[in-house]
Ligand binder design. Structure first.
Ligand code: ADP
Ligand code: MG
Length: 242
């Protein structure tokens, strides 16, 4: 059974038809790499899966939480899905630990003590157990992004969406963040990630999706798809990013 099932999904921004009938199934434990040129609709697709954008038409189901033509239980959907963005957006006046504790405390009414335990566990998971009391400006970009991952994990999502989470980082900090994602994948976390790290997509992903002009233009096993792109658009894209 699919953890995420998207059927005939359409999204417009005014006259701009941004998602033109997306069909996508993601199983528990899948690591989906989403690639494509700027403007092809990758971020919009992730944001619809997280309930951050409304849907004009189509169906979206995440672990039983469903939206039909934009109507449904958004709150239930959001509880199933975690998201990490290119900009880490940590609260600067809160420590790493407090940043991670915030959502469980506010959204789930978890007790402070329990939220603290969750935050410690999640910071350990991303290799930052010694930074609980550090403020964001005392951390490197890579460490801040790892706190942002811990913050998303603290809500115990069924699926984690990552939108170009290494794109804002200095090159020497990219690998420490990718290592965390690789670890999560090996532990069975279901991941959908927009990435420009093609080697990472090929090595860690088990599904590759190439978006072009609001449609899934090609998809399949990453190693197969990269080795033999079937369309000139994907061949051109791979050539341009390598
Ligand atoms: P990608 O992530 O692949 O670069 P996006 O999903 O960000 O692409 O954007 C797809 C299209 O949707 C672009 O034409 C973009 O300008 C448009 N778009 C994205 N977000 C908005 C928004 N909030 N309002 C209006 N247009 C948007
Ligand atoms: Mg984007």
């Amino acid at each position: 059974m699919s953890l995420v099932k998207i059927t005939g999904l359409h999204k417009h921004f005014g006259a701009n038809h941004v998602l033109k009938g997306i069909d996508l199934e993601v199983a528990q434990g899948d690591v989906v790499a989403l690639i494509g040129r700027s403007g092809s609709g990758k971020s919009t697709l992730l944001r619809t899966i997280n309930g951050l954008e409304t849907i004009d038409k189509g169906e979206l189901v995440v672990d039983g939480a469903a939206l039909h033509d934009g109507k449904g239980d958004l709150r239930a959907l959001r509880q199933k899905v975690g998201m990490v963005f290119q900009q880490f957006n940590l609260f600067p006046h809160l420590t790493a630990g407090q940043n991670v504790m915030l959502a469980p405390t506010v959204v789930k009414s978890t007790s402070k003590r329990e939220a603290e335990d969750i935050a410690k566990e999640m910071l350990l998971k991303v290799g930052l157990s010694d930074k609980f009391n550090s403020f964001p400006d005392q951390l490197s970009g890579g460490q801040q992004q790892r706190v942002a991952i811990a913050r998303a994990l603290a809500m115990k999502p069924k699926v984690l969406l990552c939108d170009e989470i290494t794109s804002a980082l200095d090159p020497e900090l990219v690998n420490e963040v990718l290592a965390v994602v690789r670890q999560l994948a090996s532990e069975g976390m279901t991941l959908i990630m927009v990435t420009h790290e093609m080697r990472f997509a090929r090595d860690v992903g088990n599904k590759l999706i190439f978006m072009h002009q609001g449609r899934i233009h090609e998809s399949g096993d990453p190693k197969t798809v990269f080795a033999a792109p079937q369309t000139p658009e994907l061949a051109g894209f791979i050539g341009a990013v390598q």
